[in-house]
Write a protein that binds this ligand. Structure first.
Ligand code: ADP
Ligand code: MG
Ligand code: ZN
Length: 493
């Protein structure tokens, strides 16, 4: 069994239990509790102030735009938004945390009890959302020296506090996930939700969205097993691989008579393995207590209702809309991940173009051309009206489907409207029955043997005859019309 195809029930009768914690950096103008810019400038320690550096006497003030962001995320995930929520101090020592505590939430988070419906290769699956809470990011440590960035062999460590205090939202799932594929599908869907809301750039490779994967295994029906938490997972592919690796590792440990230690593990992208980082701390270790510098946060009913009304179309609804328009499931996912193409699709379909055909073009020729030229669709001349015109030309028999693809790439390159391109390049198809009938009659006269066979019920020569007609017409006849005419002429007379 490959690492990418672990099923809910593994061959040895084990079941995996997975819960994901996702951190999303909000793209607010300023940090969570101070006025410093939150876009993390490259020059170290240029976006810091007494609040985010924890100088004595500095007091935090919550960022309303950040609270709006988390209320939007919680609402999109179907959570209850708490009227009153509380800020807590999560106490621990680390050099990149100047206060020696992180402002976070504990009891009464901003949002809880939600769900996200995901799609796993065409199958719907619901993941419970335990809570969505607000916290602040830490600074960044860079370990310098021979250790290749690891702390152990570093000669010294550099600290950059530009990220300290950037607003973070943590989204925690119930332990509902059972397979690496579901974990990945959840990560992808959550990323789409966040992008649709416009509250974060949700860039996994840049760390503005990151996953911690909690994994355990058990015999079905038994209590949950001991879990490990794997950190540093920064792509959807890594999420799937890290979970799959951890499942197989734990099964191997248990089957050889060992026990699983509750611990934090590190995902290594290069080796494709997880390794032990530290034994897991319990929440008691953090000595959580309510932050005396911050008042309870109040999100009143007006605000909650406004958040519901302001929701954009979410990916689940868009997926249903694409499929209802006849788009096949794989292409629907591609459109979901390409908002600019999805917008062209939506406009073209609204103007009457057939969804399936338009989606095939967008996810086929159009994406291929964009990749080849390394550009966005907005850099090309393609418009939804081109797609509408092209579809109606194919539908009306003026253009073969292969010629349509040629016209499409030319339209992207700015050669004009589909009709103008087809005319200029002599790509129009003849579907005028009269012209085709003339040629068909001549072909039948020239091929009496084939005609005889068809008349006596042997349909095999029909293909040959169609080919002859197409050739005489320079490939420009509509093959459907040619076949109709051929059938009529061979049966009728
Ligand atoms: P912590 O804050 O210590 O990480 P939580 O109780 O908030 O602990 O749980 C974190 C995540 O672990 C949640 O997503 C939850 O669903 C998941 N989880 C809890 N128990 C298990 C388990 N036995 N196996 C896998 N995941 C689990
Ligand atoms: Mg955790
Ligand atoms: Zn600051």
């Amino acid at each position: 069994m490959s690492i990418d195809s672990v099923t809910p029930l593994n061959a040895g009768g084990w079941e995996a239990v997975i819960g994901l914690e996702t951190h999303v950096e909000l793209s607010t103008a300023s940090k969570m509790f101070c006025g410093c810019r939150a876009d993390i400038p490259e020059e170290p320690n240029t976006a810091c102030c007494p609040v985010c550096l924890a100088l004595p006497g500095a007091l935090p003030v919550p960022n309303e735009q950040a609270i709006e962001g988390i209320v939007r995320i919680g609402t999109a995930l179907g959570c209850e938004i708490n009227e009153t929520s509380l800020f807590y101090r999560k106490n621990y020592f680390y050099p990149d945390l100047p206060k020696n505590y992180q402002i976070s939430q504990y009891t009464f988070p901003v949002a809880e009890h939600g769900a996200l419906e995901i799609d796993v290769e065409g199958e719907p699956f619901t993941v419970g959302i335990t809570r969505v809470h607000m916290e602040e990011d830490t600074g960044k440590s860079t370990h310098v020296g021979d250790g290749g960035g690891r702390i152990h062999d570093a000669s010294h460590t550099l600290l950059d506090f530009n990220r300290a205090g950037v607003p973070l939202v943590e989204i925690v799932t119930e332990p509902d996930i059972r397979t690496p594929e579901q974990a990945r599908a959840y990560g992808a869907e959550l990323q789409r939700v966040v992008l649709a809301l416009g509250v974060s750039d949700a860039k996994l490779e840049a760390g503005s969205m990151r996953f911690d994967a909690n994994v355990s295994v058990r015999r079905p029906g038994e209590e949950f097993g001991t879990r490990t938490e794997t950190k540093n997972v920064n792509s959807l592919r890594s999420l799937q691989r890290a979970v799959a690796f951890e499942i197989e590792r734990q099964i191997a440990v248990l089957e050889s008579g060992g026990t699983i230690v509750q611990e934090t593990r590190h995902w290594n992208e290069d080796t494709g393995k997880t390794s032990s980082m530290r034994t897991k701390e319990e929440s008691e270790d953090y000595r959580y207590f309510q932050d005396p510098d911050l008042l309870p946060l109040s999100v009143d009913e007006t605000w909650r209702l406004r958040a519901v009304e302001a929701l954009p179309e979410l990916p689940g609804a868009a997926r249903t809309r694409f499929r209802d328009a006849g788009v096949d499931p794989v292409n629907a996912e591609t459109l979901l991940d390409n908002p600019a193409l999805a917008a062209l699709f939506t406009d073209a379909v609204a103007a009457g173009a057939p969804g399936r055909l338009v989606a095939n073009w967008l996810t086929g020729e159009v994406i291929a051309q964009l990749r080849r030229d390394e550009v966005d669709v907005s850099d090309t001349s393609l418009s939804s009206s081109h797609l509408v015109e092209l579809a109606s030309m194919v539908d009306g028999g003026d253009l073969s489907s292969s010629a349509a693809k040629d016209v499409l790439t030319r339209a992207m390159a700015g050669e004009g409207t589909p009709r103008a391109i087809a005319e200029a390049n002599d790509l129009l198809q003849v579907s005028d029955t009269g012209a085709i009938e003339e040629v068909v009659e001549q072909v039948l006269v020239d091929n009496p043997d084939a005609l005889e066979k068809v008349r006596s019920g042997d349909m095999k020569p029909l293909g040959f005859l169609t080919g002859q007609v197409m050739r005489q017409m320079g490939g420009k006849a509509d093959p459907k019309v040619v076949q109709q005419v051929l059938r009529a002429k061979t049966q009728g007379e």
